[in-house]
Design a protein around this ligand. Sequence first.
Ligand SMILES: [Zn+2]
Length: 312
Amino acid sequence: MRKLLPILFLTISVVVYSQGAKKPIIDIHLHGYSSIPPNVQASWAGESYAQELTSPQNSERHLQMVTEEMEKNNIKLGVISSTSLEALKKWKTNAPELILTGIQTDELGRPILSPDSLKILFEKGEVDILGELGLQYFGLSPDVPTMAPYYKIAEENGIPVCLHTGLGPPGGPHSFAPKFRTTLGKPTLFEPVLVKHPNLKAFLAHAGYPYIQETIAMMYVYPKLYTDIGVLTWALPIEAFYSTLKQLMDAGFGKRIMFGSDQMMWPGAISIAVKTVKEAPFLTESEKRDILYNNAARFLELSPEVISSHQK
Ligand SMILES: [Zn+2]
């Protein structure tokens, strides 16, 4: 028996390790594009991540690299949102089982589909999510009247809504987003929409950072509201991200926080994001599983068949 013990221990360790390595992840927050400016560095990334984050040569290469990153990290499902229906079609065709699609907004800040088209394409399974809605980038509040028919369709049909909240890249109002306003990222601005649509299935992208007290207030009062940690894992200094995540955990929202990389033009952000969550010193293994997979599976109402296919 004594001789057998080390072998037994080794066997158990290998099994546990390999199960750990194989556990699935859902990335609720990714982006795809019809074109991409090459060799752009994420100069504003936290820590020393900028060196690792340079945009690929073109959108095809971006698709390929993001898909490879997803496979490498055992991400079994990812939500790609885009301002281009054509780009979304390419992503879905490339890996139908791996990709859900979200529609963003046009140059005036309106969703790229009419409310009726959204309903039709959702029913056909060609569009899965309304968002990421970057209304803030266009100087618009979440309850801008043009969005009213979209929220109605989303609520009636169970279409998940992703709302950009919190910050945007430094210098945005003086460069690519002249109408962007920081205060339009406050999570409480979403309240009139949730009051009007009690059954809306929605999540706050970026956890409303740095308006974290508002996120906590909203998630407390609206128990169906979820959040994601997109971009925070790699754009902030690690202590700022961990203290944000810990505040949300301490407030009791461990079952409504979803993993999102928000890799944008930088596929390498996916690995950094996964690693940062896995290494969070204050999370238990089961809390990590909730954030990395279970919460999004529940939010997206994945079938038992799909969930079991992800365990392979
Ligand atoms: Zn995003």
